[in-house]
Design a protein around this ligand. Structure first.
Ligand SMILES: [Mg+2]
Length: 273
């Protein structure tokens, strides 16, 4: 195990288009690839990897994979050059003191630094955070082809392989009525074999959300993610107080400050991040 200081020798960002296995249809865009990696090179030869990516290019959020790359290359890397790579906390504090926002870029770099340190200490990354608390984590599978029959086939395939039991449906691109039918058909096809959740990606008005939520609950949906636009926090709170299933905040949650406000106001039951 090496605990010797090591300098950050270089930070490299590489745009890698990793194709999705099928088109991934969201309310705001259709994705066909995920993009962007970040590598941090230590003076002791250890290379750490982190991923920073957004979805749907600028249709989803205010940052893109390309802007992540430009900002890391132009502003992050020069600022932390030659800093002690074993002190990720100090490195990230320096970034926060000098740069605003860029959460995805910060995440990519911090992950790369954690990876470097775990490799340096020859331990799994979880050991740096007190050790794992479980040996397995159940992961949801997202169904987003936009085609009901194809989504059912995909879910049944995952169930047959015992690979996934929880399915997240991306909806919001179509009329609410069509989406509700789509979700109900999938939930009915899976019956009690799988759990169905939906992610609306901000597509509904508060009125649409309230009307749809009841029918989604009747169909057996167990969670509704970010039904209304992120800025409508008061609407999200009203919706959460009325809905019969838990409501998850995603786009409305940009960091700890949002988390505290959403929790204080009970504007969501669950956080995604
Ligand atoms: Mg989401």
């Amino acid at each position: 195990m090496s605990t010797q200081p090591a300098q950050i020798r270089a930070v490299e960002t590489i745009l890698v288009d990793v194709p999705t296995i099928r088109s991934h249809r969201l309310s705001v865009a259709t994705m066909r690839a995920q993009t962007c990696w970040c590598a941090s090179y230590g003076s002791d030869g250890i290379v750490g990897l982190g991923e920073g990516t957004t979805i749907g290019r600028l249709a989803y959020g205010e940052g893109s994979s390309e802007s992540i790359k430009v900002n890391i290359d132009t502003y992050f890397a020069p600022l932390i050059a030659c800093m002690d790579a074993t002190r990720s906390g100090v490195v990230m504090a320096k970034l926060r003191e000098n740069l605003q926002g860029n959460r995805f870029a910060q995440c990519a770099l911090e992950t790369a630094l954690f990876d470097v340190q775990a490799q340096r200490m020859n331990v799994p990354l979880s050991e740096l955070f007190g050790g794992r608390v479980t040996d397995a984590v159940e992961v949801a599978w997202t169904l987003a082809s936009g085609d009901t029959g194809r989504d059912i086939d995909e879910a049944e395939q995952m169930l047959a392989m015992k690979r996934h039991r929880i399915f997240k449906l991306k909806i919001g691109a179509r009329a609410v009525e069509d989406d509700v039918k789509h979700v109900a058909a999938i939930a009915q096809a899976l019956d009690s074999g799988g759990e169905v959740r939906v992610d609306v990606n901000q597509a509904w008005s508060e009125t649409e959300a309230i009307a749809a939520a009841s029918r989604l609950a009747d169909a057996g949906v167990t969670l509704i993610e970010q039904p209304v636009v992120a800025a409508n926090r008061v609407g999200l709170k009203r919706f959460t107080s009325l809905a019969r299933v838990p409501i998850m905040a995603d786009e409305a949650l940009r960091g700890p400050t949002d988390a505290f406000v959403l929790a204080r106001d009970h504007a969501a039951d669950v956080f995604l991040r």
